[in-house]
Ligand binder design. Structure first.
Ligand SMILES: *Cc1c(COP(=O)(O)O)cnc(C)c1O
Length: 375
C-alpha cells in the first residue's frame, strides 16, 4: 500500500505532467511573467465554470478578502460578522483594516455560521457579513442573504475551501458558492481543491462597479498608469501560477468526484461506530466538495484517536484547534456576537481524515478498518 498522506499533490501532478510541464515552460519562454495571457485565460475559464461575470485574479486568498473589504468603503470601527470557528484569514483582515470582527457561533452539524444566530449579532455599526464556506459546503445562503438585505449589509463569501459547491434556492435556481453575495473570494493555495504550485487567489463579483474598483485596488489604486485614484495594494496572480491552475481547471469536476467517492466510502465504512463518531452532514441546499472530511469524535476521545491513527500510519489533522476569540491575536479585539459554545465544543471534537483526489480503495479500507477497531 502507498503511504497515506493528508494530501497528495505529486501523484495528481503526474497525471497531467506533460501538459503541466509545457504550460510552465511556455510561460518561462514567453517572458511575460506578470499579467500574461494565462492570467486572462484562467479568469475567463473560471468565469464560465462558476457562471460569474467578473473574475479578478490576485496574489492569494487572504489578499482577496482584504481587497474585498477595501472595496466596500467601510469606516474604522464598523463591524463585520464572521463565524467563530474558522480559518483565521477573514477575521485577520477585518482587524487589519481597523474594523471590528463580530463572532457568531457555527452550526454543530455543518460547521458553517449558524444563520439563526446572525440577527442577534447585528448592531447599528454592522456593515457586512463574511460567511466562510467551510470544508466544502456552502453556508445556508438563502436566509443569510435575506438577513443581509433586511439590514442593508454587504456579503463577502470566503470561498477558499468550497470552489465548485453549488447552492440551490427554494425557487430551484442554482448558484455557485462565491457568486451569491456581493463579492466572493477564492484561494489557489496548493492544498485547496483547485490549487496552484504556490500562492494565488481571485475575487468574484457580478457587480460592474465593484469589479472596476477591485481591479484598481490590486494595482495600487491605479485607474490608468501613474494615476492613483484610491489607496490600493499590489496583489497579482503570477502568470506561472495562472498557467498551472489553468491546466487543472478542466479537471476540477473529476477532482471533486474523486473527493466525493472517498467521502462516500468513509460515510458507509464508518457507520458501525456512529455511536461515538459523527460523519459530516450535508445541508440539502448545498452540494459538498469535501475540501476536508471532518469527523466529530465524541466522549473526549479525539486526541487519543488521532494518536492511535498516527501510530498506524494514518495522518489526521485538527482543523481548527481554537475558536477565534481564544487566539492570542484576537483576545479582547473581537466582539462576541452571542454565545460561542458550539464553536468551543467543535474545537475539542473535530478531526479531519486524509482527503484528496488520489486516495485509493486500499488506503480508504485501511483507514476505516483501523478506526472501526479503535477501542
Ligand atoms: C486558505 C484559506 C484562506 C486564505 O487563503 P490564502 O490563499 O492561503 O491566503 C482564507 N480562508 C479560508 C477559509 C481558507 O481555507
Amino acid at each position: 500500500m502507498n503511504v497515506i498522506q493528508m494530501v497528495d499533490l505529486t501523484t495528481q501532478y503526474k497525471r497531467v505532467q506533460q501538459q503541466m510541464d509545457e504550460a510552465v515552460l511556455g510561460v518561462i519562454r514567453s517572458g511575460k511573467y506578470i499579467n500574461g495571457e494565462a492570467v486572462r485565460d484562467l479568469a475567463a475559464g473560471l468565469s464560465d465554470f462558476l457562471r460569474v461575470k467578473h473574475v479578478i485574479p490576485c496574489a492569494n486568498g487572504t489578499d482577496a478578502l482584504q481587497m474585498a473589504l477595501m472595496a466596500l468603503d467601510l469606516q474604522p470601527g464598523d463591524e463585520v460578522i464572521v463565524p467563530a470557528f474558522t480559518y483565521v484569514a477573514a477575521a485577520e483582515v477585518i482587524a487589519l483594516l481597523k474594523l471590528t470582527p463580530v463572532l457568531v457561533d457555527v452550526h454543530p452539524r455543518t460547521f458553517n455560521v449558524d444563520v439563526d444566530k446572525i440577527e442577534a449579532a447585528i448592531s447599528s455599526r454592522t456593515k457586512a457579513i463574511i460567511p466562510v464556506h467551510l470544508f466544502g459546503q456552502t453556508a445556508d445562503m438563502e436566509p443569510l442573504m435575506q438577513i443581509a438585505k433586511k439590514y442593508g449589509l454587504y456579503v463577502v463569501e470566503d470561498n477558499a475551501q468550497s470552489i465548485g459547491s453549488v447552492y440551490t434556492f427554494r425557487d430551484g435556481s442554482r448558484q455557485a458558492a462565491g457568486t451569491i453575495g456581493d463579492i466572493g473570494v477564492l484561494s489557489f493555495f496548493p492544498t485547496k481543491n483547485l490549487g496552484g504550485y504556490g500562492d494565488g487567489g481571485a475575487l468574484l463579483t457580478n457587480d460592474d462597479g465593484l469589479a472596476l474598483k477591485l481591479r484598481m485596488i490590486g494595482v495600487h489604486g491605479q485607474s490608468r498608469r501613474y494615476c492613483h485614484e484610491i489607496t490600493g495594494c499590489n496583489s497579482r496572480l503570477d502568470t506561472l501560477q495562472a498557467a498551472i491552475i489553468r491546466v487543472k481547471l478542466p479537471h476540477l469536476d473529476s477532482y471533486i468526484q474523486a473527493r466525493r467517492k472517498a467521502a462516500e466510502a468513509y460515510d458507509s465504512g464508518l457507520k458501525p461506530v456512529a455511536d461515538w463518531l459523527e460523519t459530516p452532514e450535508c445541508i440539502p441546499a448545498s452540494t459538498h466538495v469535501y475540501h476536508q472530511y471532518t469527523l466529530k469524535v465524541k466522549h473526549g476521545k479525539r486526541d487519543d484517536l488521532q494518536k492511535y491513527l498516527k501510530e498506524n500510519g494514518i495522518p489526521a489533522m485538527i482543523y481548527y484547534p481554537l475558536p477565534l476569540h481564544r487566539q492570542p491575536a484576537f483576545k479582547n479585539r473581537v466582539k462576541m456576537g452571542g454565545d460561542l459554545s458550539e464553536s468551543e465544543k467543535l474545537c475539542r471534537s473535530v478531526l479531519s481524515l486524509p482527503m484528496h483526489t488520489e486516495l485509493d480503495d486500499e488506503q480508504i479500507e485501511y483507514i476505516i478498518f483501523h478506526i472501526i477497531n479503535y477501542e
